[in-house]
Design a binder for this molecule. Structure first.
Ligand code: HEC
Ligand code: HEC
Length: 326
């Protein structure tokens, strides 16, 4: 076994509803020497913790419930078929799976994506607006308070404003798509390794209205403005987390190729859309230089449409500039 591999149990709920458990080795990249490595607390730890008041425990658990099943707000705050936990595995605790607690220790801070200083609530709102193709709950609302409490509790005992954090984000593969990576190769990987769960057309799978396998593209998935729409983010997420239960199983090339394939499919419009995809790509090029939005695949211009999925509007009000100028 490699130095940083551990073994964990994965229960995969197959379409039949049968529960299969398999013991699999987790292959994750090693931490760097100067990095802070966090061990986020578990619900068991929370229950045993005498320092935390019962009223706060209740709110933390509420936040966790929203995080795990954000679909309870479908049609109100969520218009995709995704929940927070689908992209932040292990209840938002897992390294290399976008652990969520660093946001609680590093914000408020300047964020390049929207060009201003963001609070924790605004960062959470970002994932509602893009990743969930939704409309964030009001700042200061019970939902935002509960989610913030959950994030901050997961950060228990972590240093504030520490930036060298091991396993933060999805990391590991770098930002540049290797030159010889091709869509067609990605399609082969997809059909062989992913379609069994996510469906031949990326639509995912729901059983009795409950999402079992989340959709990867199409109207029910994340929109063109979501972090996961960047090929490098998806490549690293996939490399370190997919196929489910087999992190590290794909070669780097296969992870890049399948990420390119998934992110060259149509999905709901970027809420920052100006009405012209090329213009929007240029305007937000610091982001879209890493997506396939506004580029051509087989002669078709990706993202040139008014489709917002199940969401009956384009842009939630929460996406607004913030300046401290008088
Ligand atoms: C479609 C996938 C997806 C979904 C669903 C999703 N997120 Fe995220 N989230 C991301 C990506 C991608 C990032 C950026 C990671 C990076 O910087 O590389 C991110 C980052 C974050 C961060 C910042 C973490 C840090 O290191 O500072 C927080 C907090 C967060 N998400 C919370 C949420 C919450 C809460 C929800 C549900 C309301 C949610 N996310 C749903 C993909 C998703
Ligand atoms: C055994 C079933 C299974 C296989 C095979 C599988 N996935 Fe997943 N995938 C899941 C599940 C379940 C989740 C949500 C995880 C959670 O909520 O804990 C997920 C989440 C995702 C997500 C983030 C959520 C979303 O809908 O965008 C992406 C991207 C993804 N998988 C891509 C892939 C790719 C690419 C492959 C093939 C290399 C793959 N998956 C193979 C079950 C699977």
């Amino acid at each position: 076994m490699r130095p940083f591999s551990t073994v964990f149990w994965v229960a995969v709920i197959l379409g039949s509803g049968v529960l299969h458990a398999a013991e699999v080795p987790v292959e994750h990249p090693p931490f760097k020497k100067d990095q802070y490595v966090h061990h986020a607390p578990t619900v068991d730890d929370l229950m045993k913790d005498q320092e935390i008041k019962p009223q706060l425990k209740k709110v933390i658990l509420k936040g966790r419930d929203i995080f795990m099943n954000t679909q309870q707000y479908r049609g109100k705050y969520v218009f995709s078929r995704l929940s927070c936990k689908n992209c932040h595995l292990g209840e938002g605790r897992l390294n290399w799976s976008g652990p969520i607690w660093p946001a609680a220790t590093t914000l408020p801070d300047y964020r390049g994506k929207n060009g201003h200083v963001n609070s924790l609530e605004e960062r959470i709102a970002g994932c509602f607006s893009f990743s969930l193709n939704g409309k964030p709950p009001e700042y200061g609302s019970d939902i935002m308070l509960a989610l913030s409490a959950y994030h901050q509790w997961l950060a228990l005992k972590a240093p504030v404003y520490e930036t060298h954090i091991g396993g933060r984000g999805y990391s590991s593969l770098g930002k540049d798509i290797p030159k010889d990576i091709h869509y067609v190769q990605g399609e082969k990987v997809y059909q062989a390794q992913c379609a069994i769960c996510h469906g031949a057309t990326g639509q995912g799978k729901s059983v009795e209205g409950k999402v079992v396998f989340p959709p990867l593209w199409g109207d029910d998935s994340y929109n063109w403005g979501a972090g996961m729409a960047r090929v490098y983010t998806a490549a690293s997420f996939i490399k370190n987390n997919m196929p489910l239960g087999k992190p590290g199983a794909l070669s780097d090339r296969d992870a890049w190729a399948v990420a390119l394939y998934v992110n060259s499919q149509e999905r709901p419009q970027d809420p920052r859309y100006t009405g012209d995809v090329k213009e929007t790509r240029e305007k937000y090029f610091n982001f879209h230089q890493y997506t396939m939005y506004g580029t051509e695949r087989d002669g078709v211009l990706l993202g040139q449409h008014d489709n917002t999925g199940a969401k009956p509007f384009l842009k939630p009000d929460a996406l607004r500039p913030r300046t401290f100028d008088e």
